[in-house]
Design a protein around this ligand. Structure first.
Ligand code: NAP
Length: 303
């Protein structure tokens, strides 16, 4: 282990979050600098602090959710203290590792990218996935009508249990037509699309005039280029490509979003549970399961 640099802490991981972005980084879809240790999210105990670390001390229970340089698939690591937040006593390490990144993403999507409220009809793609379940539950709590898309009946049941009012199987049904029918022609005010290639264009057709398409992932592959004029033709639509690191780039923003997430867990707004657990040594199996659409909710690796 390299000596601690100024501003770093030595962290012993107790649980590691598995995110779809780990697969994108491992496969080369998102370029990384080699050699590379995957993983953007984990919880653990501070074992030592370097110079100029004032926010944390040995023994603190902490987590991080956006380590863009990777490194979470490990037992111990050095990490800049600026990326860490303290885990409140009511939240266990496994929940923190499973939810910090996905939950701060959901918070940014629902409260900042587009501010969801009771007048909204929200379409969430991959609604039974890690981010998807949180979006459904939180959007419902905010008073919105929630429509989710999934690939199976079992996932439809899971999404409904987490707040989706209606669920569409987008492998079997024309989801844009179904959204139009379910909303009596009004269509959605916002679409949260992490699926990308296979859903993106049709997502535009799910929106009412001046609605917003929030693209925030590409689980099915990279999105084809879009002519800006299409946004005019389809109803003066808004389009944004959300990315969490920009939404937590200051210490204040990181603390506000993590506190909002932990608060939502403590208040029972989010019913967070870890759906899949794998030993760290079986990370490959975890990637096969998440990448193969076999999982619901959140998954962790246990070191
Ligand atoms: N922009 C950001 O800052 C940010 C932050 C966090 C996550 N994300 C993105 O959000 C998405 C969800 O992340 P997650 O970790 O919670 O993963 P996840 O949703 O648990 O897993 C991905 C889901 O995508 C769906 N999917 C649709 N087409 C697929 C295909 N061809 N191959 C594989 N999966 C497909 C599957 O659900 P069905 O079987 O129901 O189709 C699958 O379960 C990812 O795209 C991730 O990169 C973005």
């Amino acid at each position: 282990m390299a000596p601690l640099a100024s501003g770093e802490v030595l962290l012993r991981h107790t649980a590691i979050g598995v995110n779809y972005v780990d697969i994108a980084m491992r496969s080369g879809l998102y370029p990384v600098q080699l050699p590379f240790v995957p993983g953007v999210e984990a919880a653990g105990i501070v074992e030592a602090v370097g110079a100029d670390v004032y926010l944390f001390k040995k023994g603190d229970r902490v987590a991080y959710g956006a380590s863009t340089q990777g490194g979470a698939y490990s037992q111990v690591r050095n990490i800049p203290a600026a990326q860490l937040v303290k885990i409140p006593p009511a939240v266990d390490d496994k929940t923190a590792a499973a939810y910090l990144s996905k939950g701060m993403t959901a918070h940014a999507l629902l409260r900042s990218t587009y501010r969801v409220g009771p007048d909204d009809i929200v379409l969430v793609h991959a609604a039974a996935g890690g981010v998807g379940l949180i979006l459904c539950e939180w959007a419902k709590h905010l008073g919105a009508q929630v429509i989710g898309t999934v690939s199976s009946e079992a996932k439809a049941i899971t999404a409904k249990a987490h707040g989706a009012d209606h669920v569409i199987n987008y492998l079997e049904e024309d989801f844009a037509g179904r959204v139009r029918d379910l909303t009596a022609g009004k269509k959605a005010t916002v679409v949260y699309d992490s699926v990308g290639k296979s859903t993106f264009l049709k997502s535009l057709d799910c929106l009412r005039p001046m609605g917003m398409l929030v693209s925030f992932g590409q689980s099915s592959g990279p999105i084809d280029p879009l002519s800006v004029g299409e946004l005019s033709v389809k109803g003066a639509l808004y389009l944004t490509r959300m990315a969490l690191p920009w939404y937590i780039s200051s210490r204040v923003a990181l603390e506000q979003r993590s506190e909002a997430l932990f608060g939502a867990i403590e208040q029972g707004i989010l019913h967070c549970k870890v759906s899949q657990r794998f030993p760290l040594g079986e990370a490959a199996e975890a990637h096969r399961a998440v990448g193969g659409r076999q999982t619901t909710g959140s998954s962790i690796l246990v070191p």
